[in-house]
Ligand binder design. Structure first.
Ligand code: ARG
Length: 470
């Protein structure tokens, strides 16, 4: 707390550059400054703050607020500011946020015209615009990283198209499938995440600039011109909505959350299949870590982190929704939290996606182990289907095959090791061709239905997956 009431506005302290303060007798308490200061978080908006400020300068020129020479001075000054920040110029203590930082440097670079730039705009429409531009850029980068992961998965699927493995329900061996079919199952889920990123892009692609603090700018800045210069698809139709709307962040976080959830499921499959108990895959050296104690360990850390990170992305989505829920309309300072949450989630994904892609690319598949896990019991459904093809009802067939499964279990043998007589005793429709029917390859060949695991169906699926990633 300040111990005296002497007016000491911090905009009078050397080097300080506040965007507000005239109406206060004293400067803000250090405790307020500390909690209010967002530059450590929002500094990374600077390229977009500069971009939108240049557009705004031109807009003010078109509205007759700035003379052409002033527009030029500001635009060129902003370019120099960008160069200085790119070269490493750091904010000073009194720079409350990125907008203040850029504005302070602009005053140094452009002189008097700089003091005219903030005409008709507010940090409310400014930050909403900058955050949208940042989000559009981040969504494009995430999409490119996700596309790489999909490519890697599809390449691995192609290499395993004729490998047969068990598919699991309830994590119990269920039916034989092509290993490519399993890998592609993750491709479709992650492909839907690309659709969600694209949907977030559409919500983000709306220009708030021109909304001012809440009521719209009092100067006739052509917003269509701003939209075109900044590359937005649309302009916001309501200034009150525009400055308080963070749907684009919620949509981005939801897309990221689903992506995190899907990465966690892929990671879990791989971690499980890489265990000695399964042994279907082996993790590449470059994506395995050792243990400080147990020399034999080969740990899939990147995948475990991907599995764990799903939890953090869910937390980020909930944090944003909880911040926005119940806010009065328009801008409220609570919204400053949005960027911390958004950046955290995007940064996390930016780390995870390449690590997951690398883990997948360097996997080696043990076809023999996968094939060996396709035990006789997995053919039970095919046996029942065999009887159905002979006009037995599925109910009766299920009962007969169930008895055979029990017999094999009691005898400690695989289903296909039972003698033909046992099959015939279980149902009169079983004949010698049953041995052929008990081959896992045969099971796959019955499933050429679109979306099924038949070899031709999987090849078609592979082509569709490649086409879908563009
Ligand atoms: N740093 C602020 C934010 O991130 C910028 C907007 C400030 N607006 C205001 N009315 N104080 O939300």
């Amino acid at each position: 707390m300040r111990s005296d009431l002497t007016p000491d506005p911090s905009d009078l302290t050397p080097g300080s550059h506040k965007l507000w303060g005239g109406r206060f007798a004293g400067g803000p308490a250090p405790e307020l400054e500390a909690v209010n200061r967002s530059i450590t978080v929002d500094l990374r908006l600077w390229p977009f703050d500069i971009q939108l400020s240049k557009a705004w300068a031109s807009g003010l020129g078109a509205a007759g607020v700035l003379r052409p020479d002033e527009v030029t001075a500001i635009r060129e000054g902003l370019d120099r500011v960008g160069q200085r920040i790119a070269d490493g110029e750091q904010p000073i203590q009194s720079d409350e946020d990125v907008h203040t930082f850029v504005d302070r440097l602009l005053h140094q670079e452009a002189g008097e015209p700089a003091g005219r730039l903030h005409t008709g705009r507010s940090r409310n429409d400014q930050v909403a615009t900058g955050a949208r531009l940042w989000t559009l850029d981040a969504l494009a980068k995430l999409d490119a990283e996700l596309k790489t992961l999909l490519q890697v998965l599809i390449d691995q699927a192609e290499s395993q198209i004729d490998a047969i493995m068990p598919a699991y329900t309830h994590l119990q061996r269920a039916q034989p499938v092509s290993a490519a079919h399993w890998l592609l199952s993750h491709v479709w889920a992650l492909g839907r995440d690309r659709d969600r990123l694209a949907a977030a892009r559409r919500t983000a692609s709306v220009l708030p600039l021109g909304s001012g603090a809440i009521a719209g700018s009092a100067f006739a800045v052509p917003r269509e011109m701003l939209r075109a210069e900044l590359g937005f698809e649309r302009i916001s139709p309501n200034s009150i909505d525009a400055v308080g709307d963070r749907d684009f962040i919620a949509d981005t976080l939801y897309a990221i959350t689903m992506l995190g959830v899907h990465c966690s499921r892929l990671a879990e499959d791989l971690i499980l299949y890489g265990s000695s108990e399964f042994g279907f895959v082996r993790f590449g050296d470059a994506y395995s870590t050792g243990s400080s104690m147990m020399p034999q360990k080969r740990n899939p850390d990147a995948l475990e982190l991907a599995r764990g990170a799903g939890g953090r992305t869910i937390g980020d989505l909930v944090a944003l929704l909880a911040t926005v829920k119940g806010l009065p309309s328009g801008y409220n300072k609570d919204l400053q939290e949005d960027k911390r949450i958004l950046f955290q989630a995007v940064d996390l994904m930016g780390l995870l996606l390449p690590a997951v892609a690398g883990s997948v690319a360097t996997l080696r598949f043990d076809r023999a182990r996968m094939r060996a896990a396709v035990t006789g019991g997995l053919m039970a459904t095919d046996l029942a289907d065999y009887l159905v093809r002979k006009r037995v009802t599925f109910r009766d067939a299920h009962g007969s095959v169930g008895r055979l499964v029990r017999e094999a279990e009691e005898a400690g043998v695989e289903l296909w090791d039972l003698p033909l007589e046992r099959f015939q005793a279980a149902h009169a429709e079983f004949s010698a061709d049953i041995l052929e029917e008990l081959k896992p390859e045969k099971s796959l060949s019955h499933r050429e239905i679109p979306g099924g695991t038949g070899l031709e169906a999987v090849k078609a699926q592979l082509r569709a997956a490649r086409a879908s990633i563009g």
